[in-house]
Design a protein around this ligand. Structure first.
Ligand code: 4AD
Ligand code: MG
Length: 470
């Protein structure tokens, strides 16, 4: 019989529901229920008894679903030749599995081949272990691997946990602009945005916006305007930095979460950051237990103990000045000198989190190394800044209490900044209140959560110097 005969098509099985792999493996389907599963073959194994075992993943969970195919399945011999990556639709009955490794499987009646693999011998992610470096060169196919499937689901659950956290506490999500006219925040180098032919550039006044524009490095300055009206707000979106840092912790395009709270000081800000990290980790542990245990087993055996450490301990809070003293007193030799007035380097941050084995919030940094908008402390030497450092990754959050006093902010902005950000300064003349906020690097948080060592492997398509091909 022709395989394309109508009788062989699943269109006849309209009454049979299509189920996700995770539903088939869990109590969401019952034993004996007829189902259709659609997905991609992970592996194929045959036994001597004329039975083939197909492992099919539809990406709904880490574990593939096993389908048992025997010689009664019409295209049995064709199935035996299928290769990893082939897309199939399997119709069958959910049964208890006799084999190890799964409680349930599908006993197949029909297997429809939806999409074949053109050259199986050169399928770039054929079953075997690949290095993460290699997988970056096949970024269009790496979502099919266990690690990148798990990261995609974790990213999703983490993003949902972030929105739930803020929504439950009455924060409003504000979508700040991605194109900005301001190059003054000083958070890093900017990418230019233009609609013009750069080879024949007539000048910014002829450009789309009639001025020079950039991709935003942060939504903070804009979200402050909404904070001073809605009291509790946050942004969650992509940000862009053209800094040429070819490190395992920097991306040119990354996602940032930036809450901003009114009638609040630096301590309130640190409380919010601690509550935020504890709450989102708790939610993700609930929702992503299987994916997290994959990282624990395959990537980093400290994953769960690190998460427990954040959830169950109070974060250490220390002034920058004390952190410098601590570093100076350590017997450690650092590459970068430890001196009051210098910024903390990654090696210093890692040392601090290591000796306390806990997240550390460093507060009140020298004014000279931090941004103009941070509130000047009474000592006139430090500002109300804070960085949250976590073991293994270092800085994961940066924030501050903002300068709400017009005269002080005015004196801390130079003339060009004032010209650009006149509206930001003007907010201090109309019902100004103490307020504070911070920025969480979403990918840094994912690195921390998964133990992945390179930030390029926790974002679907990484953008880094000389790399934007996919
Ligand atoms: O410390 P940053 O530069 O802070 C700000 O942008 C403030 N405007 C935030 C605020 O107060 N609303 O960046 C915040 C966080 C860092 O702690 C880090 O986790 C992450 O963003 N980050 C990066 N992540 C990946 N790649 C990069 N190039 C990053 N630069 C910063
Ligand atoms: Mg920072």
């Amino acid at each position: 019989m022709n395989v394309h005969d109508k009788d062989e098509s699943h269109s006849n099985d309209g009454a049979v529901p299509v189920r996700a792999g995770i539903e088939i493996l869990s109590e969401q389907t019952s034993i004996g229920q007829r189902v259709i599963l659609k997905g991609w073959i992970r592996s194929l194994r045959t036994s001597r008894a004329g039975i083939a075992f197909l492992h099919i993943s539809d990406g709904s969970c880490l574990q593939p679903v096993q389908a048992i195919i025997d010689e009664n399945v019409q295209n049995y011999s064709e199935i035996l030749n299928l290769s990893t990556g082939t897309a199939v639709s399997v119709l069958g009955e959910v049964v208890e599995s006799l084999g190890k490794g799964q409680d349930r499987e599908i006993r197949a009646d029909k297997v429809e081949i939806v999409g074949t693999i053109e050259k199986p011998e050169s399928y770039p992610v054929a079953k075997k272990k690949h290095s993460f470096e290699y997988l970056r060169t096949v970024a269009h196919l790496r979502p099919r691997t266990n690690t990148f499937g798990a990261i995609a689901r974790l990213r999703h659950n983490l993003a949902m946990a972030v929105h739930e956290f803020f929504s439950e506490r009455g924060f409003v999500w504000v979508n700040t602009p991605i194109i900005t006219g301001s190059d003054c925040e000083g958070a890093g180098d900017l990418f230019r945005v233009s609609a013009l032919d750069l080879a024949n550039f007539p000048g910014y006044d002829q450009d789309f916006f009639g001025r020079e524009t950039f991709l935003s490095v942060s939504g903070q300055l804009n979200v402050e305007a909404f904070c001073l009206a809605l009291s509790k707000v946050y942004t969650f979106g992509p940000t862009f930095r053209a800094e040429n840092s070819n490190t395992a912790r920097h991306l040119a395009e990354f996602w940032m979460i930036e809450p901003e709270i009114a009638f609040a000081d630096l301590n309130d800000n640190a409380d919010l950051a601690e509550d935020f990290l504890k709450s989102v980790l708790t939610k993700v542990v609930e929702k992503s237990a299987d994916d997290l245990s994959f990282f624990q087993q395959r990537i980093d055996d400290q994953v769960m103990s690190r998460i427990d450490g954040v959830m169950n301990n109070s974060f250490i809070r220390m002034d920058y000045t004390d952190a410098i003293r601590e570093l100076k007193n350590s017997k450690q030799s650092f590459e970068f000198p430890v001196e009051w007035g210098n910024d903390l380097q990654s090696e210093h941050e890692k040392y601090l989190t290591k000796i306390y084995n806990s997240p550390v919030i460093v507060m009140n940094y020298p004014e000279s190394i931090k941004a103009f908008y941070m509130r000047l402390n009474d000592d006139q030497k430090t500002v109300a800044a804070m960085d949250v450092l976590v073991p293994g990754v270092g800085e994961i959050i940066g924030g501050s209490q903002r300068e709400e006093r017009f005269a002080v902010l005015d004196s801390r902005m130079d003339e060009t900044v004032k010209e650009e950000l006149w509206w930001y300064l003007a907010l201090r003349q109309y019902g100004s209140v103490p307020h504070a906020g911070f920025g969480v690097g979403f990918e840094r948080l994912l690195m921390y959560l998964t133990g992945m060592q390179n930030i390029r492997d926790v974002i679907p398509f990484p953008r880094t110097p000389s790399n934007a091909s996919f």
